[in-house]
Write a protein that binds this ligand. Sequence first.
Ligand SMILES: Nc1ncnc2c1ncn2[C@@H]1O[C@H](COP(=O)(O)OP(=O)(O)OP(=O)(O)O)[C@@H](O)[C@H]1O
Ligand SMILES: [Mg+2]
Length: 136
Amino acid sequence: MYELGLVPAFKWRLEVLEQKEKVKTQLIGEEINLNVKKEIVIFIYRIVNELIQNVIKHAKATEVSIEITQVKRKYYISVRDNGAGFDSNNRKIISGTGGFGLLSIKERIENFKGHFFIHSEPGKGTLAKIEIPEIK
Ligand SMILES: Nc1ncnc2c1ncn2[C@@H]1O[C@H](COP(=O)(O)OP(=O)(O)OP(=O)(O)O)[C@@H](O)[C@H]1O
Ligand SMILES: [Mg+2]
């Protein structure tokens, strides 16, 4: 699947989400040529998939979007939902229980010199953003 590249993989993931969960989805920035190192394509896909799993498990959202943006040579991928939200300032929540949860996402992306940000408030949905390291 990922061999097609990240944009088609995201499109497919959102289509499945629409069919299974009856939420409206949107892919923004699909025209951006995501020039990402081959070794991290699957890894990025898995992160986005985990963020979508979280939306399904926790958010009860009616709208979900993936947005790709580029600033100079850096790429950002955001997953946004309009669901239940949570207090993202509460470190206990982020510190998690192992698995491929938020803490694991943060640690793994930082191993690749990327960054992970999440912002949420109860009742206000959730925005998670990955900064992908530059290709040198
Ligand atoms: N999109 C979201 N909407 C609402 N709450 C969320 C969302 N994403 C995460 N959370 C909250 O943050 C907590 C931590 O998420 P995390 O992915 O680390 O763990 P988990 O999903 O509970 O477990 P695991 O990912 O290991 O199955 C969740 O339990 C949930 O309370
Ligand atoms: Mg999770």
